[in-house]
Write a protein that binds this ligand. Structure first.
Ligand code: ATP
Length: 242
């Protein structure tokens, strides 16, 4: 019997007014997977993430989460269900400390027991030692990479079943990008299913089980990350190889 996908999107169409941005995309993510959605600027990656989070309505199509139709479910109920999108690094609360920012992550999914809260916090500080060192520092004074780490940490405080990450490497220095991708792999290997949107093809494909290539609102190719890494068309379009 095939396993029920954690996330299944069927023929999703999304419009901005009269403009159709997504023309009927289908994708799935199985429990435990790290899946990347790869595409150039304007391909529709952010639109996809916003639709999955419940921030944009579908014109047509279906979103299933753990086999349940959540197409019409409100954004905060999706958070309660465990579908959590990390905000962009710039989305951290600049006047709040690192610890206060992390605590905000529990807002939609409060802990029932103090021990579980502490355990999750300890894990996040283990993943991001920099955040532990800076736990009393306000968010606005962190570096770009540290703010991105904080944004991911905040999402982890909600104990996602599916973590949505929209271009976590954007605007970061190469060394920091390496670090962020390593941590994403670590989060995944510790049991959190991840759907990652990226333009950084090399890093993302290397670390993904599978990937979908998106172009102008459509999925044009899918396969194992390792297979797409050596696909000549993908290489020339996304890896800067002519
Ligand atoms: P980027 O990496 O630049 O964010 P993307 O792959 O995330 O690109 P989207 O931002 O999802 O792409 O945009 C997909 C399409 O929808 C683009 O043609 C874009 O111009 C259009 N679009 C995005 N936001 C809006 C909006 N608020 N109103 C109208 N059109 C929009």
């Amino acid at each position: 019997v095939p396993e029920t996908p954690l996330l299944e999107v069927r023929d999703m169409v999304v419009n901005y007014g009269r403009i159709e941005a997504l023309h009927g995309i289908s994708l799935s993510v199985s429990p435990g997977e790290l899946v990347t959605l790869l595409g150039a600027n304007g391909a529709g990656k952010t639109t996809t993430m916003r639709a999955l989070s419940g921030l944009l309505p579908l014109t047509s199509g279906t979103i299933l989460f753990e086999g349940t139709d959540i197409t019409m479910m409100k954004a905060h109920d999706r958070v309660v269900a465990g579908l959590i999108q990390a905000p962009e690094g710039r989305g951290v609360f600049p006047g709040m400390t690192v610890l206060e920012n992390l605590d905000m992550g529990c807002y939609g999914r409060p802990f029932e027991e103090k021990a579980e809260y502490q355990q999750t916090l300890d894990w996040i500080f283990e993943l991001f030692p920099r955040l532990a060192e800076r736990r009393k520092q306000v968010g606005g004074t962190l570096s770009g990479g540290e703010q991105q780490m904080l944004a991911i940490g905040r999402a982890l405080m909600a104990r996602p079943k599916l973590l949505l990450l929209d271009e976590p490497s954007m605007g970061l220095a190469p060394m920091v990008i390496q670090q962020i991708f390593r941590i994403i792999s670590e989060i995944n290997s510790r049991g959190t299913t991840v759907l990652l949107v990226e333009q950084n093809a090399q890093q993302a494909l290397t670390r993904s089980d599978r990937a979908y290539i998106m172009e102008t609102g459509e999925i044009t190719k899918t396969g194992a990350g390792s297979a797409l890494l050596t696909d000549p068309a993908v290489m020339s379009a996304y890896l800067g190889v002519d």
